[in-house]
Design a protein around this ligand. Structure first.
Ligand code: FCB
Length: 410
């Protein structure tokens, strides 16, 4: 029997509930004013009710490592039980859990003593992941890492995410260690459950030259497109990763991830235009441009539904089922949110009709939450959060999403 299309919403633990021992808790001063963000850790039952209200049949959420291992020598069973309870509630309501093991945050002790460019990082992460897997029951879909490239670009090139470094060769080592962890976690999950469905969630973007007539812009867009969208796909196909930065050396590294995927998770949000600018880092300048009149989001990102088709086409070369693990918009304007959603789901429908094997769509996000570089102002939620009363208020987009799900176009 054909399995039903997964219609869901996506969240991450830290963005909804904060965590006192996470690296991000002290990284961003805004979190000292709202350390528990939406108080989801306490209000989770109410929030899971919203899933029923929406009528989704799947929910992607993450487990906050720093709640389970607040200190290196500590293992907090209570936190494990908490996340298992979320899974149990989902299962009792016929909602398929998709569990992300690592969604950007780390325990502070990990990022201080064993950041990703150190050899010990692999062993420390795997200790956590394997012990977690020994406890958690009834999960078929796993995401090992959310957006490994964003993690490395933010943490090791831009320095805007912990550990806040700017070093190309450390970035490459960090990426190699993270992908090694994916490969080993993949095996550990399959050793326990041969039928498990495991992937990463890869952030993919439509990338285009700023000026088409400019050969340097075109060259940079090509390099960026290969690195950002394709190099990880090739790593899963071959076990080799080629990392080429503009005007720099090309790294060839081996990564033990060949065929270690059961589906492919794609996070898609926007198109980025690229141009050569000698005054910028690596000679590259990025910008968002409202070309088609859909406007920009409150993140300043271009709304570009057609780009979804492009990235799905790229991902199709893996010959695996694809799940859109994130797609969404930050705006306070409900009409704009609905238009965004309709635009992307229309494209998705066309892709499926044209034979692409897409099995699920997860709107980011269920409720407003903490956005990494934007704090509490980026309103991605289908439910608006009043951060002082903690009330969750449905937007019109929530009603629209329910309607889309019910109309079961695929
Ligand atoms: C993605 C992240 C997610 C969220 C959205 C807006 O890159 O995976 O946590 O912040 O962007």
């Amino acid at each position: 029997m054909k399995e039903p299309f997964l219609w869901g919403v996506a969240t991450s633990a830290f963005q909804l509930e904060g965590s006192p021992h996470a690296d991000w808790a002290s990284w961003d001063s805004i979190l000292t004013q709202a350390p528990q963000v939406t108080h989801h850790y306490d209000l989770y039952k109410k929030d899971l009710q919203l899933l029923k209200e929406l009528g989704v049949n799947a929910y992607r959420f993450s487990i906050e490592w720093s709640r389970i291992q607040p200190h290196e020598s500590q293992w907090n069973e209570e936190a494990v039980t908490h996340y298992q309870e979320i899974i149990d509630i989902l299962k009792a309501n016929d909602i398929e859990p998709i569990v992300t093991i690592h969604h950007f945050t780390h325990p502070l002790w990990f990022i201080r003593k064993y950041p990703w460019h150190t050899k010990a990082s692999v062993e420390k992460f795997l200790f956590f992941a394997e012990k977690l897997l020994a406890s958690i029951k009834n999960v078929r879909y796993w995401i090992t890492f959310n957006e490994p490239y964003v993690l490395v670009l933010g943490g090791y090139l831009e320095g805007c995410m912990p550990p806040g470094l700017r070093d190309v060769s450390l970035a490459v080592t960090a990426l190699q260690n993270i992908l090694t962890c994916h490969g080993k976690a993949y095996d550990a999950i399959h050793a326990r459950d041969p039928g498990a469905m495991v992937s990463v969630a890869h952030n993919m973007a439509a990338l285009a030259p700023w000026k088409r007539w400019n050969p340097l812009d075109r060259l940079l867009a090509r390099i960026a497109k290969y690195f950002y969208n394709h190099s990880l796909l090739d790593a899963f196909l071959t076990g080799h990763l080629q990392v080429r930065f503009p005007f720099g050396r090309t790294y060839h590294i081996s990564v033990p991830v060949k065929n270690k995927l059961d589906f492919f998770g794609v996070n898609y949000y926007t198109r980025i235009h690229i141009r050569f600018n000698p005054l910028k880092k690596m000679g590259v300048e990025l910008r968002h441009h409202d070309i088609e009149g859909y406007g920009l989001t409150d993140m300043g990102w271009e709304i570009h539904p057609h780009g979804l088709e492009k990235v799905l086409r790229y991902a199709s070369k893996l010959n695996l089922p694809i799940i859109i693990t994130e797609n969404g918009i930050a705006t306070r304007n409900d009409r704009k949110k609905i238009r965004f959603m309709k635009g992307h789901i229309d494209v998705l429908e066309r892709c499926i009709k044209n034979g692409m094997d897409v099995r699920g769509f997860f709107y980011w996000s269920l409720i407003d939450n903490y956005e990494w570089l934007r704090g509490l102002d980026a309103r991605f939620g289908l439910y608006r959060v009043d951060f002082s009363s903690l009330e969750r208020i449905p937007t019109k987009a929530a009603l629209y999403y329910s309607y889309l799900i019910k109309s079961r176009r695929f």
